[in-house]
Design a protein around this ligand. Structure first.
Ligand code: GCB
Length: 612
């Protein structure tokens, strides 16, 4: 069973009746390393127009006798009390957002119901979970008429146990997905991206033995100082659900000659530490992955994990003891060419094609966890990742229940990806307002991240302050809670003219700084002078002056232009130029390269800006 942070539970249990009901949930790690029964494909769907009477009672609570029961009401005779029918409803693809699959739903934010039938031969004694890779934003799940679980949060996976409910034939799974933005959601109502609704990532049935591995962590032990000589210990844990205390767990890395056995404690957790001499460490230059076998009783997971050391030393970022400079780009989880949420091998291949073409070694996955395929590919290809929870600008920082949600999302993100060598930074937020309530909230959250994972630096993207004349002093106290400081700024686009950047002088915290967002809009194919808005030439001009400015900030350890590719954002309402897209991409949404792409390609190849 997944034990969320004990601090959170104490907090929820004692202080907040509202989250006291949060059950301890199973959340399976490494589902993509198991053989599963995919439920991807065609699902029937019905739109539940607000106020969504199939899902909610007038007081907003969930109706237990609504569409979720899928009672197959007799539509041709008898009294018409239940006027819905999944069997004759149209279908759409899962995974996939509804907005780009049904033109009538392009702008729809609300509840859509999904249903599919399936047969399933359960193995005797086994347990089965319905695994949903991500559904935006709230999900309510029924299996064969039984309400099995709910989930809040659009970008992280969840599991519902369905062992006792499945039948050999004619199972029906019904999922209501509500994409309505909420003031107390994370993110809140205002966002600069497209709120794609739906079952946006893979859905599957995962069958495990009665005692099964739900979580694990295998990493290079972090010594007080790194040296290639002491990089010879692997440590971590394997957590087994349903195992008696003292159950054996084995961890082996055959290629490194490692095999160790540990025993579970009363909570099912088996901590281990084992020598592994002559490990070849993972880096962006040599993305070495080892096969790692985790086994306990009848359960076994074959992983692929890279081992490396990432830390901060003064104002430098060290990867395996070597100072690095991050040459990156920001991106949303949007599919090149077809648009819509990214979810497939093909999408990820296209995105990595762009990153490699750019000579990037780093990507900020803005502003929420992306499909797990991204981390898998980054592990293989040697691209380092900034991973973030969707805590964007204004959220309800004053509300304890919002803090509880943020902690859940942080837990889910770290749990899913802690074994990915490519992930070098956890970010707790983006561009939040500087006030004491926010600072306390995010400082606590940053410390929670450290408690969950002591091996990675914690970051956040700060905004402001605005310049006083030519002097800019970044004195946001949130920086004190961070290991690496992200700085977003749009000199030359939202503020000032491009050339004004040259004169600016930044006083920054004495920590590694990543220029985590900067850029300007340009419409692919629009040409003009270097100061003409929307022209590709002006986008290049903005970046060239930015480079002059950034080169004068000694602590800068990375460039992360906003943004790799144009992305949908409905608030971008300038017809013909934006047409509902944020146009700050180096690529258009169709994958066309703007001039600024070539500027970065050369800058990164020749390492023209910044020092490690
Ligand atoms: C920002 C936000 C990002 C926006 C971007 C913009 O500061 O962090 O989400 O999309 O600016 O283009 O305005």
């Amino acid at each position: 069973t997944w034990r969320v942070s004990s601090a959170l539970l104490v907090f929820c249990g004692l202080v907040l009746p509202v989250c006291a009901q949060q059950p301890l949930k199973t959340l399976l790690v490494g589902v993509d390393r198991r053989s599963v029964t995919s439920l991807d494909g065609d699902w029937h769907y019905l739109v539940d127009q607000p106020p969504a009477k199939g899902l909610y009672k007038p007081d907003g609570t969930v109706k237990e006798d609504g569409y979720g029961l899928n009672t197959h009401p007799n539509i041709s005779s008898g009294p018409h009390n239940d006027e819905y029918d999944f069997a004759t409803a149209p279908t759409m693809k899962v995974p996939g957002d509804w907005n780009t699959q049904d033109p009538a739903l392009f702008r729809f934010e609300g509840v859509v119901w999904f249903e599919r039938d399936f047969d399933f031969q359960a193995k005797a004694g086994a347990r089965t979970f319905l695994h949903i890779g991500a559904a935006n934003y709230k999900s309510f799940v029924w299996m064969n008429g039984k309400h099995v679980c709910d989930h809040e949060g659009g970008f992280t996976p969840f599991d519902c146990e369905v062992t006792a409910i499945l039948k050999p034939t004619q199972n029906s799974v019904v999922i209501a997905v509500d994409s309505t933005r909420m003031v107390d959601g994370i993110p809140s109502v205002s966002i600069d991206w497209f709120n794609y609704g739906g079952l946006n990532r893979d859905v599957s049935l995962v069958t495990v033995p009665p005692a099964f591995i739900d979580d694990y962590d295998v990493h290079l032990k972090k010594e007080a100082t790194f040296s290639s000589v002491n990089a010879n210990t692997l440590t971590g844990y394997v957590h087994v659900v349903g195992a008696a205390a003292g159950t054996n767990v084995t961890v082996s890395v055959p290629e490194a000659g490692v095999r160790t056995t540990a025993k579970t404690d009363g909570d099912g957790k088996a901590a281990f530490e084992v020598k592994a001499s002559k490990l070849e460490l993972w880096s962006h230059e040599t993305p070495k992955l080892y096969k790692v076998e985790l086994a306990s009783g009848e359960d076994r997971i074959d992983e692929e994990i890279g081992f490396r050391d990432i830390r901060v030393d003064g104002t430098r970022i060290l990867l395996n003891g070597k100072a690095i400079f991050l040459q990156g780009a920001n991106m949303h989880a949007e599919a090149p060419i077809r648009t819509g949420r990214a979810y497939s091998d093909e999408d990820v291949k296209n995105i990595f094609g762009f990153l490699k073409d750019l000579n990037a070694n780093f990507v900020r996955l803005a502003h929420y966890p992306h499909d797990e395929r991204m981390e898998r590919m980054a592990d293989k290809q040697g691209i380092m990742i900034w991973s973030e929870i969707p805590l964007w600008q204004h959220i309800s920082f004053e509300k304890p229940e919002v803090y509880a949600k943020a902690t859940f999302m942080l837990n889910e993100m770290i749990r899913r990806d802690r074994n990915k060598a490519s992930v070098i930074l956890w970010s707790v937020s983006n561009e939040t307002p500087n006030n004491p309530t926010r600072t306390k909230f995010l400082t606590d959250l940053a410390n929670e991240a450290r408690r969950l994972d002591a091996t990675r630096p914690i970051t956040s993207a700060l905004i402001g302050p605005h310049a006083k004349g030519d002097q800019i002093v970044q004195d946001d106290p949130l920086a004190n809670a961070l290991d690496v400081v992200g700085q977003n700024e749009y000199v030359g686009w939202y503020e000032g003219t491009p050339d004004e950047a040259d004169k600016l002088h930044w006083t920054m915290p004495n920590k590694p700084i990543l220029m985590s967002e900067f850029g300007a809009e340009a419409k692919f194919g629009d040409h003009g002078g270097r100061n003409d808005r929307w022209a590709e030439e002006q986008q290049v001009n903005v970046y060239e002056h930015q480079f002059v400015m950034i080169n004068k900030i000694p602590q800068v350890r990375g460039l992360v232009p906003w943004v790799l590719m144009d992305f949908r954002s409905p608030g971008r309402n300038i017809p013909k130029l934006q047409d509902g897209f944020n146009r700050k991409g180096l690529f258009s949404e169709k994958g066309e390269k703007k001039q600024a792409f070539y500027l970065f390609q050369k800058t990164y190849k020749e390492r023209l800006v910044g020092k490690a």
